[in-house]
Write a protein that binds this ligand. Structure first.
Ligand SMILES: [Zn+2]
Length: 258
């Protein structure tokens, strides 16, 4: 067992090394960043979509939202997924595994990816690890970023959230506004406020559900030293700066050879 002091010292060394690596990467250009595999978690209204999108542009690796993948599938005629999206519930583990395998093995994900909103349960973690192993990648993702905001901020932000009535894409009047007000960029159908987003009690339930679901996932990645908790409160660039600092800890670290 390492003593707490040793662990702290080690963490400090890792941080310094991470900061130096990131600085080098930025100096050379993000094309030099190899194999950045990042998981982004956060409750609804945390700004997770916006921030993971910024990171995706910075590192030139795709932002992969499982929500978007499911919506694409449903639109392409997958009845099981369409039903889950419409009525709630969870998709089968087999289906999630297929979807992740296909997406993570596509050419644009060769240099890495940002998984936005997955894995949310330990079962999902196991699926992701199976997929990574099958693809010959390490299970050790580079960073797991938990974007954290107080419940009061979530309530305020959700009140400004709008959703496409057809494809389900999520917008925010402040941070992720559609190109045309009230109209979806993707399918040009009208946007609406989810009544759930405006109902205080329902939001509290959803937040509690999210916390219960993901706390075990966060514990899991904390133990592996990959977790980075970032406050999602504040101006977008400031939050992004904090994310860059923490995800730099692991980026460009050579992947373990199988
Ligand atoms: Zn749409």
């Amino acid at each position: 067992m390492k003593t707490k002091e040793q662990t702290n010292t080690w963490k400090h060394v890792e941080k310094v090394r991470g900061a130096m690596t990131l600085w080098l990467c930025l100096l050379i250009g993000s094309a030099e960043v190899k194999s950045a595999e990042i998981i982004f978690l956060g409750p609804p209204g945390s700004g997770k979509g916006t921030q993971s999108n910024l990171l995706s542009q910075k590192l030139k690796i795709p932002q992969i939202s499982t929500g978007d993948l499911l919506r694409e599938r449903a639109q392409a005629g997958d009845l099981e997924i369409a039903k889950v999206l419409e009525k709630g519930g969870t998709i089968s583990e087999g289906k999630l595994e297929t979807i992740l395998t296909e997406r993570l093995s596509s050419p644009d994900a060769k240099q890495g990816w940002i998984l936005d909103g997955c894995p949310r349960t330990l079962a999902h973690v196991r699926i992701l690890n199976r997929v990574l192993t099958a693809l010959g990648r390490s299970e050790n993702v580079d960073a797991v970023i938990s974007l954290e905001v107080p419940d009061s901020v979530v309530h305020r932000r959700l009140a400004k959230r709008q959703i496409c009535s057809r494809c389900g894409k999520i917008y925010n009047q402040d941070s992720l506004a559609p190109k045309t007000k009230g109209v979806c960029d993707l399918c040009h159908n009208p946007l609406y406020h989810r009544s759930d987003d405006l109902n205080h009690d329902v939001v509290i339930n959803r937040l509690n559900h999210f916390k219960n679901e993901t706390s075990l996932v966060l514990d899991f990645y904390q133990r592996s030293g990959r977790l980075c908790r970032v406050s999602g409160v504040g101006p977008k660039p400031e939050v992004f700066g904090k994310i860059l600092k923490c995800q730099g800890i692991k980026i460009s670290k050579p992947k373990e050879q199988k």
